[in-house]
Write a protein that binds this ligand. Sequence first.
Ligand code: SF4
Length: 495
Amino acid sequence: MCGFVGIVDGKNCSRDVVLSLQALQHRGQDSAGLGTINHGQFPLVKRLGLVHQGFGAAEIEQTPGNICIGHVRYPTVGAGVLRDAQPFFFRQPGVLMAHNGNLTNLREMHDELAENSVHLMSSCDVEPVLCIFSLELMKRRRRDHRLEDAVEAMKTTMEHIQGAYSLVVALVLDGQETLLALRDPQGIRPAVWGQLPDKQGWMVASESVAMDVLSVKRCGDVAPGELMVFRAGSEPIRHQLKTASPSPCIFEYIYFARPDSHMNGKSVYSKRLAMGQALADAWRAKGLEADVVIPIPDTARPAAAAVAERLHLPNREGFIKNRYTGRTFIMPKADQRADALKLKLNPIRSEFAGRRVLVVDDSIVRGATLKHTIEIIRAQGPTQVHLAIYSPPVLHPCYYGIDISTKEELAAPRFLPEGLAATDPGALQQIEQAFASRLGLDSLTYLPLDGLRAAFDGPACAACFDGLYPAPLDEKQRSWIAEDRRKSDQRTLGI
Ligand code: SF4
């Protein structure tokens, strides 16, 4: 998962991009980058770590320009080093590009570029896309490229790339600084756009919170398969390049996106409330009882409030979160994740002691942090510990840009009895009971898939829950992605 921002304006905008990137910091903490176009030059600065650590007055001064794209990165491909940080730049005809997502045919693209003696400088999957797009542009014209060249080049590029992607591009077309935004045909990864307060400039971003910080008017989403073209002082131009069934990532609404974001016309916060209500119904149907509802902060807070309201139970803060630690899931190394949890959550004993507690969390992926969390809860002296998760069991890897690329790293499949399919009647209960017993819980309740789909209310990718992958993906590509992920883990863990 990554986050991007692009602004084209009549005035210098790199400072605004740095500000809005900080609003997207939850989407990637590994590295950040900023690229602009300034009088025929393409200043580009990239730094490892958080935006505020790497981008101060000096970096903003180094990147002047009326068009700027920025990126925060969490590595799903590659090991998380500076050479993989985005945006990337291609000299001919001068193109900056960044993206959020995962290209499933990366090796095929590498082979194709190698056939043309194009050498890559990183493991980042946006670099081959940039090369293909730039080469396609150069095939159409040697210089003074026009908008129609870019539209045709992007159309051809889309024929070469597969997977989930939202791209932002900065280049000069028709002699004007031009910002492009493209979304994959299924719209798996998000991309929103808006108008700057001066009404001259435009902005695109992974999430609307990046626009809120600049008081940018939210205008909508880049549609699945759509290329949007933005220039200062003129209306956006829209080209529908490909059409497929829309399948936005449902996990954005469960965990990744900020609750104050809007994407695909839906408020993330309101979807989390709806998931909490559906979870309360699933819990109530089991005939269980509790004295208090406690969220695992911060992501589970809206859903826990909805669970408590629906069950007529008090909703209490049982944990205080240290605001100065990173998100545990998004930490690249497993040992970093365990240490981060100890730093992150401190319990309030009085909320647990002597009570039957119903703890609400967003999801269980690897389960490593959960085991430690339950140990912390048990140490506070509750009489019963029930856990309710407002998503179904994660049973399948994600190949579309979220760091759950191998089945062996997932916790839930280990509790599905051999010979039983996840869709078989009773499978969910078997997983819940076996997993609860392993974790030392009095009960575990997942939100069933139909409850999640009803709460989301619209088409969505839910492949990590149901195994139905919306974008083309063959066995070869699945094993390439898993292999790359394993290699990356070994590199980051120093194995
Ligand atoms: S597989 Fe899961 S995490 Fe990946 S895009 Fe689909 S819903 Fe999102």
